[in-house]
Design a protein around this ligand. Structure first.
Ligand code: AR6
Length: 346
């Protein structure tokens, strides 16, 4: 997945480059800077001494020494002074400069901490938004896998409005439904024990399975004479439907897989193999990228062998977003991440 938010210690990331939230001297400090220098060993400081510092919003690169990454890109974030002193533009410039250097050094994988959100006091939610905006913009034009590495769960407090709406929706759908299921189980238990005098009946399957995908007998194809004949009537595959929808929406393949936050290589695999069955998260990411309706999403998922279910919180989040016309994959993934659920894409 080209952009991923992960919870980790950045010094443990085995990527081509990690980004350091440094200060203008580049001679080390506390926070993530201190952790990176400790893990890289004294040779990192020696090389930093040769760089003559770095201006706020700019970036410089060194080797990674004892770190599991090849390079460290040092950037200097702005000190938060209330937001009226060009902080946003300077923070955006940190991401731009660091990504430009990563590209120049042919890095394929890069990990960022949330720059400026510690000692420098930038509000985390706003800093995360700047990070996501800048990285997404860069990824529209470039092939790279970029991680935003956060230390604490609160760091991901950014998809505020959508997050609250989704939580409320989950409460409505998931909690209510599980409460219903619980009641149903208790009711069935009572029915089992009840005398068969016609006053009690087991609930019909349809009553309890409101949200399951059930194929009515009438919707089943008529029986065919033999297996060969049936195999000769295979439906459009996932790959075929995906390519058809891309054409119908009038977008390019690249626009589609970038919007889906899916790696180009994976997209090509799907494209070149009509029988390819992607993971459910990938299939859903394409549904979001293509802005499919609920019905189309269900159809696309089914072609890959999946269904949406109210027993699954990830599915409820996706359903909520689709029903409300929110097809911003990055925002949806932020919500999934905050809820400790699996993000979409690859
Ligand atoms: N891995 C990932 N994230 C981390 C780690 C880690 N090991 N350690 C801290 N964070 P900060 P700044 C998070 O203060 O605000 C230094 O002294 C942390 O929770 O490291 O840009 C420099 O020398 C926070 O969200 O950087 C400068 O003087 C984020 O990294 C000054 O601090 C950034 O916190 C720079 O301040």
């Amino acid at each position: 997945m080209p952009l991923e938010i992960v919870r980790n210690d950045i010094t443990r990331m085995a990527v081509d480059a990690i980004v350091n939230a440094a200060n203008e001297t580049l001679l080390g400090g506390g926070g993530v800077d201190g952790a990176i220098h400790r893990a890289a060993g004294p040779r990192l400081l020696e090389e930093c001494r040769t760089l003559n510092g770095c201006e706020t919003g700019q970036a410089k690169i060194t080797r990674g020494y004892d770190l599991p990454c090849q390079y460290v890109i040092h950037t200097v974030g702005p000190v938060w002074k209330g937001g009226e002193h060009g902080e946003r533009a300077l923070l955006a410039s940190c991401y731009k400069s660091a990504l430009a250097l990563a590209k120049e050094y042919r890095c394929e994988t890069v990990a960022f901490p949330l720059i400026s959100t510690g000692v420098y006091g930038y509000p985390k939610a706003e800093a995360m938004q700047v990070a996501v905006d800048e990285i997404s913009r860069f990824l529209l034009e470039n092939d790279m896998t970029v991680y935003i590495v956060v230390f604490t769960r609160e760091s991901v407090d950014m998809a505020g409005k959508l997050f609250k709406e989704v939580v409320a929706y989950i409460d409505d759908v998931y909690v209510a439904e599980h409460y219903e299921a619980d009641r149903e189980a208790r009711r069935s238990a009572r029915v089992d024990r009840a005398p068969a005098n016609g006053l009690f009946r087991r609930p019909h399957r349809e009553d309890t399975a409101r949200n399951e995908t059930i194929f009515a007998d009438s919707a089943m194809p008529a029986p065919r004479a033999n297996l060969d004949e049936m195999l000769a009537h295979v439906d459009e595959s996932f790959s075929q439907m995906l390519l058809r929808k891309i054409d119908e929406k009038g977008i390019t393949d690249a626009e589609c897989y970038k919007r889906a936050n899916v790696d180009r290589r994976l997209f090509n695999k799907i494209k070149n193999n009509p029988a390819y069955r992607p993971g459910k998260q990938t299939a859903l990411a394409f549904a979001i990228a293509l802005q499919l309706s609920m019905r189309e999403t269900t159809e696309l998922l089914m072609k890959a062998g999946y269904a949406l279910s109210h027993s699954n919180k990830e599915d409820i989040v996706i359903e909520y977003c689709i029903l409300n016309g929110n097809y911003d994959l990055i925002e949806i993934n932020q919500v999934l991440f905050r809820l400790d659920l699996q993000p979409l894409g690859y």
